[in-house]
Design a protein around this ligand. Structure first.
Ligand code: HEC
Length: 105
């Protein structure tokens, strides 16, 4: 029993680490595919649409977490030039993880 609990703890800890990196990578893939036509998605690229903010600077405006709801319920408010997007919970988590990862301090 003790061995089982120990093993479960080790497996749990090992599985949590790659999950975060995996989320970041998945968020990056999603955003590069869907948002890069207008936004700067990475840590040094330049956006193609003149008024679309670089994702790495979003955190200067508001906490990244505050985008969670918009991503899940449909991101369209205030952006006439921007198509509406909606993501499921797993994708929202991945996108938030990626956005946090690239924020400039
Ligand atoms: C067709 C071009 C286009 C695409 C594609 C696009 N955006 Fe935008 N986005 C814009 C523009 C233009 C603005 C600035 C609008 C404004 O200032 O009113 C903007 C603004 C934003 C903002 C800032 C909103 C705010 O109120 O500060 C966020 C966040 C955002 N986009 C996220 C995304 C995400 C996530 C994707 C991909 C899933 C995406 N955008 C795809 C054009 C686009």
């Amino acid at each position: 029993m003790t061995v089982f609990v120990f093993l479960a703890a080790v497996i749990g800890a090992v599985m949590m680490l790659p999950a975060a990196a995996e989320d970041i990578a998945r968020g990056e893939t999603l955003l590069k595919r869907l948002c890069a036509p207008c936004h700067a998605v990475g840590s040094a690229d330049i956006g193609k649409h003149p008024t679309a903010p670089a994702f790495r600077t979003l955190g200067q405006q508001y906490p990244i977490e505050s985008l969670e709801e918009a991503l899940a319920e449909g991101l369209s408010t205030g952006h006439e030039a921007m198509p509406e997007f909606q993501f499921d919970a797993a994708d929202v988590g991945a996108i938030i993880a990626y956005l946090k990862h690239i924020q400039q301090r």
